[in-house]
Structure formats: structure tokens, C-alpha cells
Design a protein around this ligand. Structure first.
Ligand SMILES: Nc1ncnc2c1ncn2[C@@H]1O[C@H](COP(=O)(O)OP(=O)(O)O)[C@@H](O)[C@H]1O
Ligand SMILES: N[C@@H](CC(=O)OP(=O)(O)O)C(=O)O
Length: 472
């Protein structure tokens, strides 16, 4: 056991912390610091910042027939990875550089296949997009080796991450946990630091899957559960979870403690700081997740654990927003009074696997409104149109969903009123309201152009810039 009382930590480094050789070297030093204190560390890495979006564009370009644009992007990516490898001390004929070169060649072939077929299936998209994490793991190994440690990089599949076949949004299979333990224990016993490519897994038949955007957090917690880690640490470029997106609210504060449920709500309602399912593997075991600032490693950050830590003065802990939302209004006085019709609307949406951000039904039963990400609006509309009947379906784009989150609002009166008053005072019109039955959040749909001013107004109304009052 180390001086800090930990014996095993899983550490996740996101895109910013893997952005270039200097960032990777600094990230490696944070892992090495704990290793040198006697902690066993498993490192999980994301792609270098921007690479996942670049890969998605490469795949789209190939599908559209623009292979020249795709190849130019691959060449630029290759230079970026080679430069980083070189700056981390790899010679041009080293195994690491050879491996990076071979991976780019396989990527080029996969992209060419998409171009020839002009078809991009979710499965081939996952194969292409996972190269970001496959390419960054050898760079982290190099940095750890340069600091005098032994490291071994592994793909998600090699590390034992086994998923279902829901390409693009895969979930871990129950057997993954034993498998991860089998695959990683040997390295740790031998004093080798495993460096796992995050975001990706493998089906039982060996096809590469991805866990959804931001999925490296999820990879880290899956591994944390499998190895019974003391804690999982997500290194960020911010102090942890903040009371609002710090790019929008200048005086946003760090939230020191959150429950698993609270952080899930926050992630679901757009706080980009964590994957919405990331804490699910930790819930049974109670393993804490800690989000820490890589530029201020001694700051404790945000501790996410089973129990909330409530402070009477602050029933709300954070305010967050989802941009680019569409509202879909279904009206039909006669038809919507029939329960089966409403059920078939939701069935139709579930069949196309769309996440509903908000739902409300008027008590006169003449109207159902739903909010979805604008990228899902077309598919939602066609699914709803297939239900048929005498329904009128209308879409409103350019909407945002604003949510307040905090378990302290449970049973406390006046919280919603405070939010609505703040919005009215800021001249923001509310289009739709919903409160989860768990009373962990209240969400409203508003005009997308007003989302920043609304966030600032609500943040101020709940005095989220003030330090929490310690509970007695
Ligand atoms: N409530 C919030 N708390 C903290 N960060 C937030 C919040 N909402 C949005 N963010 C943004 O999320 C970013 C961190 O996202 P993340 O995906 O972890 O980055 P990376 O991939 O570089 O690790 C921060 O830079 C911050 O701007
Ligand atoms: N690279 C993936 C997975 C991920 O978790 O990235 P990050 O840690 O940079 O958010 C993505 O962009 O979605």
C-alpha cells in the first residue's frame, strides 16, 4: 500500500491530456508519480484531441467518394503521430514507429474499402474511429518507458473489454470483468503498466466496437470494476465537475462531491465532462470515481461516490445544457386520447433507438411533445409518421435543454419556481418543462440562442458561485 493508502488505481487520460508529446509526457508523469509511491496503475487513454472527429470525417469523405480528401487527412494524422513518437524519443526504425506506420496503412485500406463500396456501416465506422485510441496508446507507452517504467499497450479487446454488437454505442457484456482480470493481472504482477486504448471493445467474434462518444471514461470504470480498484481517476483539463460549463460561466466552481446518480444526470444533460454511463460499472461495488485537474494534481477534484453530500443552502449543485435540440410536437385531439396510440408513438421511437431528452403530454391528451438531439430529428419524424392515424407532427429546431441537478432538491419546495423566476428575469421564454420522478433534476426547453444567458442567470439564482456550507 502507498503513502496515500491506495494500492490500485485506474487512470484515464482524455484527448486534451493526450494532445501532443508534451501533454502525453506530463500525463505519463502523473501516472508514474503514483507508481513510484507503490501504487499499481492501469492507464486508459483517449485519442489525441480532435482525432476522433477527424476519423469520422475521413469515413464520411470516403463514403461520399472523396478519397483524395480522406487520404490527405490520413497523411496529416500520420505526421502528427510520427512527430509525437519522435518527440517521445522513438527512432524512425523503432518498433513503436513501425507499429504506428502499419496501423495507418490498415486504416488507409479500411477507408479505401468504404470508398469502393460507398457504404459506411456502423460496424465499419467503429473499426475506423477506434484507430484514434489504438494510435495514442503506443505514445503513452513510449512516454512511460522514457520515464524509466515498463509499459505494455493493449487494444480494448486485448485488455478483455468484451461488448455486445451495438456498434457505435456498445455496452460491456457480463463476462468482460473476469476476462479483463485474466488479461491484466499478469502484467501488473510483473511490474508492467498496462496502457489500454479506451473507447473501444470487441464483440465475442472479434469485431471492433466503440462505447459512444466520450467512452474512454466508460472503459476506465469497466476496468476499475474488473480489478476492484481503490478509485478510478479521470484526469481533466478542469478542476473536476464544475457547477456549470466553465467556458460559459466564468465564476463556475468545482463541485467537491457528487453521487453516482447526480453525475449521471449531469452527463445526460450535456456536461461534457463525463460519459453518461461511466459510473454504472461502479455502482454495485461502490468504487469511487475522482475527476482531477492534470494541471493541479494535488487538488482533490470531484469525488463521485454512492451517497450524495447535501448542503441545505445549495439544493442544486450544477446547471447544464444540451444544445442543438429539436422539439417534436404531435397533436391529434381524437387519436391521442387512445392510450394505444401514445404507446405506439414511443414504441416507434424505441425501435429506432433514439434517446428522448424530454417528454411531456398535455392533460387534455391532445398533445405530446418530445425533445431529441437535432441529429436524431429526421429519424424520429419518419418513425412517428409510420404510426399513421390522424396525427399532426411538427418540428421546431434551434432549441436547447437546460437542466438543474442536485439531490438536495428532493422534497424541497420552491426550487423550480426559483429557476423559472431567474429565466423570466433574464427574459428567457420556456417552451417545455419536465421534472424527473427521482427529483434529481428539473429540465426546461428554451430557445437555443438564449442558452448561455439562461445558464448564467440560473447559476447566479442558485448562488452556485459560492462555497458550499459544510453539513453539521
Ligand atoms: N459542468 C462541467 N464541469 C466541468 N467541465 C465541463 C462541464 N460542462 C462542460 N465541461 C467541459 O468539458 C471539458 C472536459 O471534457 P473531456 O471530454 O473530459 O475533455 P478531454 O477529452 O480533453 O478529457 C472541459 O474542458 C469543460 O470545458
Ligand atoms: N476519443 C473518443 C473517446 C473519448 O473518451 O474521448 P475524450 O476522453 O477525449 O472525451 C471521443 O472523442 O469521443
Amino acid at each position: 500500500m502507498s503513502q496515500t493508502g491506495h494500492s490500485l488505481l485506474v487512470m484515464k487520460f482524455g484527448g486534451t491530456n493526450m494532445g501532443d508529446a508534451a501533454a502525453i509526457r506530463h500525463s505519463a508523469s502523473l501516472a508514474a508519480r503514483s507508481v513510484d509511491e507503490g501504487v499499481k496503475v492501469i492507464v486508459v487513454v483517449s485519442a489525441m484531441a480532435g482525432v476522433t472527429n477527424q476519423l469520422l470525417k475521413i469515413a464520411d469523405d470516403a463514403q461520399k467518394g472523396d478519397i483524395a480528401a480522406a487520404n490527405d487527412e490520413i497523411a496529416a494524422m500520420r505526421t502528427r503521430h510520427f512527430t509525437a513518437a519522435q518527440e517521445l524519443g522513438a527512432s524512425p526504425d523503432s518498433a513503436a514507429v513501425r507499429e504506428i506506420r502499419e496501423m495507418h496503412e490498415t486504416l488507409r485500406q479500411a477507408v479505401y474499402g468504404v470508398y469502393l463500396l460507398r457504404e459506411l456501416t456502423p460496424r465499419s465506422r467503429d473499426l475506423i474511429v477506434a484507430f484514434g485510441e489504438r494510435l495514442s496508446a503506443p505514445l503513452m507507452s513510449l512516454a512511460l518507458e522514457q520515464s524509466g517504467h515498463r509499459a505494455k499497450h493493449l487494444t480494448g479487446g486485448e485488455a478483455g473489454i468484451l461488448t455486445d454488437t451495438n456498434f457505435g454505442n456498445a455496452k460491456p457484456l457480463p463476462t468482460t470483468y473476469e476476462r479483463i482480470k485474466d488479461r491484466l493481472s499478469g502484467f501488473m504482477a510483473a511490474g508492467v503498466i498496462p496502457v489500454v486504448s479506451g473507447f473501444m471493445g470487441e464483440t465475442e467474434k472479434g469485431a471492433i466496437t466503440t462505447l459512444g462518444r466520450g467512452g474512454t471514461d466508460f472503459s476506465a470504470t469497466i476496468i476499475g470494476k474488473a480489478l476492484h480498484a481503490d478509485e478510478v481517476w479521470g484526469w481533466k483539463d478542469v478542476d473536476g465537475v464544475m457547477s456549470a460549463d466553465p467556458r460559459v460561466v466564468a465564476d463556475a466552481r468545482n463541485v467537491d462531491t457528487l453521487s453516482y446518480g447526480e453525475v449521471m444526470e449531469l452527463a445526460y444533460f450535456g456536461a461534457k465532462v463525463l460519459h453518461p454511463l461511466a459510473v454504472t460499472p461502479l455502482q454495485d461495488s461502490g468504487i469511487p470515481l475522482r475527476l482531477k485537474n492534470s494541471r493541479d494534481p494535488d487538488f482533490p477534484g470531484t469525488l463521485v461516490q454512492a451517497e450524495p453530500n447535501n448542503d441545505q443552502a445549495h439544493p442544486v449543485k450544477a446547471v447544464t445544457a444540451i444544445r442543438n435540440v429539436s422539439l417534436i410536437n404531435v397533436t391529434g385531439a381524437g387519436a391521442l386520447g387512445v392510450p394505444q396510440v401514445v404507446a405506439s408513438l414511443f414504441d416507434a421511437i424505441a425501435r429506432v433507438n433514439i434517446t428522448l431528452l424530454m417528454v411531456s403530454q398535455s392533460s387534455s391528451m391532445s398533445n405530446v411533445s418530445i425533445a431529441v438531439q437535432s441529429g436524431d430529428a429526421e429519424r424520429t419524424l419518419s418513425a412517428l409518421r409510420e404510426v399513421g392515424g390522424d396525427l399532426r407532427i411538427e418540428e421546431q429546431d434551434g432549441v436547447a435543454v437546460l437542466a438543474i441537478v442536485g439531490s438536495g432538491m428532493r422534497g424541497q419546495k420552491g426550487v423550480s419556481a426559483r429557476m423559472f423566476t431567474a429565466l423570466a428575469d433574464a427574459d428567457v421564454n420556456i417552451l417545455m418543462i419536465s421534472q424527473g420522478s427521482s427529483e434529481l433534476n428539473v429540465s426546461v426547453a428554451i430557445n437555443g440562442a438564449e442558452v448561455d444567458q439562461a445558464t448564467r442567470a440560473v447559476h447566479a439564482a442558485f448562488r452556485l458561485n459560492e462555497a458550499p456550507v459544510a453539513a453539521d
